[in-house]
Design a protein around this ligand. Structure first.
Ligand code: NAD
Length: 329
């Protein structure tokens, strides 16, 4: 029997790629960079499955190019803002994602960014490498205390809660804001308080963003909300770049409206070396690596392959973001 044809938009780790190769006739884009739009539209023609990375936009045009054979889209990420979910649902195509397996790894990195910004770790390294270290100094590279400070978490889901768990070890006061701000047993257990966004921004020493990117969260952090933050506040974003208005953030950091930002995600992405943000000392930018541990990327690969294969077999995806597609069965 012939194997189902699928397009994989970039190579993922072998743990998942081998499963895909075994079950499918897989066309795997070999590039370090994502395929161009033209290549993507050409390569998906007639496929039954697409295994996508967040670097490829899978919209209605791509689904139309794949055609009526398309049975499943499996995204190698927990976020799925690169996929037009309503279009997939209209076509009856289930979309899979990889929740849970990257929670701790991503929260670890968000907390690493928090600490690096608070204690100016990157600046300190640059200072040392530049040969500027001449003596111990009473006011050399002073930063913010983490222990006992207030952490505001925007989006109290899996990763937001993971951030809270880490903050507990530093005796931080935890405030959170989430669209589902209903009584939360975990929040009660750790004494985290649900507050409105204004209060969170006004009271927090550190603000960490963990919401998905959608119409409601686009530019949630903007000129007005940045002005509500403390002048010493540190903003951490490991969610998605467009949740923060980059221009407004640049101005806020330049004019010391806030103290510091530590970003794993940017808008645009990648952010080029000549971008004004990278001329500032009070920002740390990592190239979207919060989930990048060997183990986690392997688990994500397995999970993405499992979603893809289940969809090709006509089975429910183990992790489906649009389960409405099964309602008419
Ligand atoms: P989750 O669904 O468990 O949590 C998201 C939380 O945000 C939920 O509590 C939800 O109620 C809340 N929320 C949604 N819309 C909101 C709004 N408009 N206002 C306030 N709160 C809102 O998701 P998760 O697994 O914690 O992941 C969160 C996001 O982190 C993902 O969507 C993804 O974009 C991002 N992420 C980034 C990386 C990275 O590599 N930087 C890795 C993993 C996840």
């Amino acid at each position: 029997m012939s194997k189902p044809k699928v397009f994989v938009t970039r190579p993922i780790l072998a743990a998942g790629l081998d499963m895909v190769r075994d079950f499918c006739e897989a066309d795997i884009w070999p590039g370090e960079l994502p395929p161009s739009r033209e290549v993507l539209l050409e390569r998906v023609k007639g496929v039954e499955g697409i295994l996508s990375l967040l670097t490829s936009k899978i919209d209605n045009e791509v689904m139309a190019a794949a055609g009526t054979n398309l049975k499943v889209i499996s995204n190698y990420a927990v976020g799925y803002d690169n996929i037009d979910i309503p279009a997939a649902t209209r076509r009856g195509v289930p979309v899979g994602n990889t929740p849970g397996v990257l929670t701790d790894t991503t929260a670890d990195f968000a907390f690493a960014l928090l600490m690096a910004a608070a204690r100016r770790v990157v600046e300190a390294d640059i200072y040392t490498r530049a040969g500027k270290w001449q003596t111990w100094g009473p006011s050399l590279l002073l930063g913010q205390d983490i222990t006992g400070a207030t952490l505001g978490i925007i989006g109290f889901g899996r990763i937001g809660k993971g951030m809270a768990k880490r903050a507990q070890g530093f005796d931080m006061q935890i405030l959170y804001y989430s669209c589902d701000c209903k009584p939360d047993p975990y929040a009660a257990e750790i004494g985290a308080r649900c507050v409105d966004l204004t209060m969170l921004l006004e009271r927090s020493d550190f603000v960490s963003v963990h919401v998905p990117l959608n119409d409601q969260t686009h530019h949630l952090i903007n000129k007005e909300t940045l002005r509500m933050m403390k002048p010493t506040a540190v903003l951490i974003n490991t969610a998605r770049g467009p949740v923060v208005d980059t221009e407004a953030l640049y101005e806020a950091l330049r004019d010391q409206v806030i103290g510091y930002a530590a970003l794993d995600v940017t808008d645009p992405e990648p952010i080029l070396a000549d971008h004004p943000l990278l001329k500032l000392d009070n920002v740390i930018i990592a190239p979207h690596i919060a989930s990048a541990s060997y183990a986690t990327r392997g688990k994500m690969a397995t999970m993405a392959a499992e979603n893809l294969i289940a969809g090709l077999k006509g089975e429910h995806l183990p992790n489906c973001v649009n389960p409405q597609v099964y309602e008419t069965e």
